[in-house]
Design a protein around this ligand. Sequence first.
Ligand code: C5P
Length: 312
Amino acid sequence: MSLALPPTSAVTVRAPAKVNLELRVGPVRDDGFHALSTVYMAVGLHDEVTVTPADEWSVEVTGAQADLVPTDASNLALRAARSVADELGLDEAVQVRIRKDIPVAGGMAGGSADAAATLLACDGLWSAGLGRDELGELAARLGSDVPFCLAGGIAMGSGRGEQLAPVLAASGRYHWVFALADAGLSTPAVYAECDRLREGQDVPDAVPSPAMMAALRSGDAEALGAALNNDLQPAAFSLQPGLSDVVEAGLEFGALGGLVSGSGPTVAFLTGSAEGALDLAVSLTASGVAGDVRRATGPVAGAHVVPGEHVG
Ligand code: C5P
């Protein structure tokens, strides 16, 4: 099947990074993934993806740390684009251009955000009208965090993280500081280290914590800071021992809470205000604890088309 497309058409989509406010890791499942109970928040760091009709599949990455992103067939955004074409039975190719602002291999779902953005962009480019449910199914096949990057906001994740449920009555706007690490961590390596550290232990099923739910309902940043938790943190500390010093320093500098984001190594700190976030960012860099810091607020919307960029 071939759709008549003007040669200049292009669609640009922005997708957000995530932080796991809570990441509870249960037993390993038969498929090798871990059963999770997590709470995601989308935060205001975005990657931007533009898809353009092309004779051959290709991906081009620009922006911070672009050189760390693979541009071969393993690129998750390219796989996302192909999955939409396959779903539609289309014999079309696209060029995927990714403008990166989300840390690469940082535990903030950068690759998943690119995949989510690409799904939505291809849906727009090919006027497929797949809808959020169908896109969500394609997203889940690509990776555990991809459905959340489509959805945004605050959501509970179960299964391997891909089954989403809204957190009802969540309120508040939160100010975050992210301390970036020089070297990334591989997600499978962090899960494997988590397994190694827990060897011989009876791992209980992962369930949401009442403290996290209560904090989200209250909209109180102090309560949320105290409730932040991540079962992967000991594994990330074990693989990058300097990370525990970063968390400790941020808390000493007055953060309401701090934890490794997802599988790390980015460390996320919650503060009480925009000024508090600026002060913390300055303290972290001035003290030399963190080289590169970013500030962002959350929650923010999931993947969305950038208006005016849809030509054709
Ligand atoms: O789903 P995603 O591609 O993001 O997962 C990357 C890797 O992280 C998986 O291959 C697996 O090793 C690990 N993982 C896991 N349990 C999960 C999610 C991810 O073990 N629930």
